[in-house]
Ligand binder design. Sequence first.
Ligand SMILES: Nc1ncnc2c1ncn2[C@@H]1O[C@H](COP(=O)(O)OP(=O)(O)O)[C@@H](O)[C@H]1O
Ligand SMILES: [Mg+2]
Length: 388
Amino acid sequence: MQNKVRTAIIGLPQEHARQLHAFLRRVVDVALVREDPRDAMSPLLVARPQAVLLYLPEADGVGIQFARRMRSELPDTALVLLCHVEDVTLTREAMRLGARALIVVGKDDDDLARTFMQLAEEQRSDMPGGEVVTLLGSKGGVGVTSLAMNLAGALAIDPSLRVALIDLSPYLGEIGVYLQLDTTVSPRTLVRESLMIDDEWIQNAVPRHSLGFSVFAQPLKPGAPPLNVADIAQSIGILRRLFTHVIIDAGTGGTELGFAALAVASKPLLVAGGDTPSLVAAQRALHTLKALGQDPRRIWTVLNASAPEALDLSRARSILGADPTLTFPHDRKAVDVSLHTGRLVVESAPDSELTQAFLRAAMGMCDDYRPSINSGPGGKRKKLFGLF
Ligand SMILES: Nc1ncnc2c1ncn2[C@@H]1O[C@H](COP(=O)(O)OP(=O)(O)O)[C@@H](O)[C@H]1O
Ligand SMILES: [Mg+2]
């Protein structure tokens, strides 16, 4: 559900205030409406809204006096100004008042909606939401995409969980290829359409894997602007409220986007293969994250045997400085079958060690994990393990 911003609408006749509320109804709850700003201060101090939407017919009228007073009495309340014509004096005044936005009615209406979405976002960032699990590879080919997809699958086979998988790699649509899914919805769509997004929108618009998780990927169109850090933060903020788990394939290496996706995660996973170069790269990534102000102890280190050589845990420990949080065994056969059938390892090789490792990882990410899976085409849903 969208979270709404409690807002006072000041300076507009009732009818216009109603129209404005209808336009913003998904993000705004009206706490107070006053046409004359001179009558508004006392009820405003009682109502203590999160935002004030103030219409200013001119740059030096009672509206401005009200805004100045509001600034000193309610400094934490966001001020959004509306006007009919852009005017330098008004723009300066808006800046002096520290207004969130100066909106020209009928011209910047989208900006108005966006401003309130952002306010709603900021409010929500303190609220509890789903787990955000970001997987970043220390180096190419360590298995980030394989782990992200199978982890999403392992979580999604618990019918009480709602899982989203996001592919951040630009243009390649790797996850779509692996899963044989046409990934049509990008995280940027979420930001652009955020006024529209609720459970129903997700059900109807977002491609879903047969295990039930929703898949988002960057647009495949070359030339489309790549995602930026703000897109990531905002789209994850939206998804956290609709899903219990948001799994992000952040690709490889020290890109700004990858580090940003790691920084917003509640469970940040840094993935290395068993080989020395990828372990050393992981150790460097931990240093970089520390230099960027992150606590490296927060990061889960993950060792995935993407190559057939056995994992050398003591070497991993000596390079990373600690035991890896999770390890995944090599299973060429299970992975190959999965690739050829477009099914995940957790589906096509439910009894494999690798599947067990995915289920254990999923268990570590839920309070009460209860997986069940179809026993085959047309089969009944059965519990995967007697254990659960
Ligand atoms: N645990 C594993 N066992 C066997 N093969 C694996 C394993 N993990 C990954 N692979 C294989 O390694 C290759 C790279 O995996 P991928 O997930 O695409 O890595 P990345 O996204 O980090 O580039 C793929 O061919 C994949 O099938
Ligand atoms: Mg990948």
